[in-house]
Ligand binder design. Structure first.
Ligand code: FEO
Length: 171
């Protein structure tokens, strides 16, 4: 049976992951509104990935005999000044999520909850990837800030991203 403090912290993280999905879907809608379909696709896939993060925490809590409590998700912003501003926001948000995951690891260590500490390793590694991929796109956008042709090529590239359902969780 999972510790009540950890149960509450994981429920809070489920809310944070749901907000991430909501934020990226809102960014996808923003990119649709400015006719950047490839960017919109990338954000849509990102939102789907966030939903798999929700499922990981959800299933883990059930496996440990915990109770899933869903709570209100705050509304995300709907406009950004530019594609670069949206991706800078995404990176800032992922850095915040990384700090939340690190706090969960700290709590697992304090509670001597070895199972949760082991479970969280996947998220620690995932955050490294999430921040790196956002940073890579930010660098490309900065290089092409005054180059519409470059933006078009980035859009074509981001259109290639597809959602790959993870094999180890039920969607
Ligand atoms: Fe679920 Fe992008 O962190």
């Amino acid at each position: 049976m999972i510790n009540k403090e950890m149960e509450k912290a994981i429920n809070d993280q489920i809310n944070a992951e749901l907000y991430s999905a909501y934020l990226y879907l809102s960014m996808s809608a923003y990119f649709e509104s400015i006719s950047l379909k490839g960017f919109a696709n990338w954000m849509r896939v990102q939102a789907m990935e966030e939903q798999t993060h929700v499922k990981r925490f959800y299933d883990y809590l059930l496996d440990r005999g915990g109770r899933v409590i869903l709570s209100e998700i705050k509304a995300p912003p709907v406009e950004w000044d530019s594609p670069l501003a949206a991706f800078e926001h995404l990176l800032e948000h992922e850095q915040h999520v990384t700090s939340l995951i690190n706090n969960l690891v700290d709590l697992a260590i304090r509670l001597k909850d070895h199972a949760t500490n082991s479970f969280l390793k996947w998220f620690v590694d995932e955050q490294v990837e999430e921040e790196a991929s956002a940073d890579e796109i930010i660098q490309s956008l900065r290089l092409n800030e005054n180059n519409p042709g470059g933006l078009f090529l980035i859009d074509k590239d981001l259109a290639q991203r597809t959602f790959v359902p993870p094999q180890d969780i039920t969607i």
